[in-house]
Design a binder for this molecule. Structure first.
Ligand SMILES: [Zn+2]
Length: 242
């Protein structure tokens, strides 16, 4: 799965500021409306530099966990449901909805669209009937994909023409909000984690998976630090229980 998402020949830079879309992983484009202009402008390498992707080019990340929860592997699958980023995602989704509502005002819709209707149409998992859609819903939007069910719901609320204009805006606004509220703070957490793991700028700039002589020693250091993180977390949790 991860290989399909990140071809080994792809160039991954951790410093990439923009969201890379993983459309190489689209299993069937027939299932989606693919927003081509957005894909083209957002995607040069088709990869979000999550830890699993960085690891493909640099062994320094071998034992680095998700910087937000420090408890899981950081993959796109995890990122969108990471508890450490949940509030950030909710903020990004709210900002997207606010901008869509503002954009909708320029059209004369036959009936007014409520904020709740917009939420459950665009972020389908907000519908109490489909909470399990969260991971898929967020991932698809990040990949620049709007599912047919979303488009159908938007058509019902507005019109065919407005729904297709809205689809473009949803992807644009969600990417902007994701970058601001999720990815930027995630990168800040990543820098803090790297600092505590003593990953240097030189280490980061390596672009091949060749081991340095002291790679094993460095890994021991990571493990030691990560165990300390987890113990600290567990003791905080236990204190909370008392
Ligand atoms: Zn996490």
């Amino acid at each position: 799965m991860a290989d399909r998402m990140a071809p080994s020949s792809a160039h991954v830079n951790e410093g990439q500021s923009v969201i890379e879309l993983l459309h190489s992983n689209i299993t069937s484009s027939l299932l989606f409306n693919i927003i081509q202009p957005v894909l083209m402008s957002f995607s040069s390498n088709n990869l979000l530099p999550t830890v699993d992707n960085l690891r493909k080019r640099n062994d320094i990340y071998d034992d680095v966990p998700c910087p937000a929860c420090r408890d899981h592997e950081e993959t796109l699958n995890h990122l969108v449901i990471c508890t450490g980023l949940e509030q950030a995602f909710l903020t990004a989704e709210k900002e997207t909805i606010d901008k869509i509502r503002k954009y909708l005002k320029r059209f004369k819709c036959k009936k007014s669209v409520t904020i709740n209707e917009l939420y459950i149409s665009i972020f389908e998992y907000r519908d109490p009937a489909f909470p399990e859609l969260k991971q898929r819903n967020r991932q698809e939007l990040l990949r620049g994909l709007i599912s047919h069910t979303i488009v159908k719901k938007l058509r019902k609320l507005t019109s065919k023409r407005i729904a297709s204009l809205l689809s473009l805006k949803i992807i644009k606004y969600f990417h902007e909000a994701f970058r601001k509220h999720v990815w930027k703070p995630r990168c800040k957490m990543m820098n803090e984690l790297k600092e505590s793991l003593h990953i240097t700028h030189q280490d980061k700039c390596k672009t091949s998976r060749t081991h340095k002589e002291d790679a094993e020693t460095q890994r021991d250091h990571y493990r030691h630090t990560l165990t300390a993180f987890r113990e600290q977390k567990a003791s905080k949790y236990n204190e909370g229980l008392r």
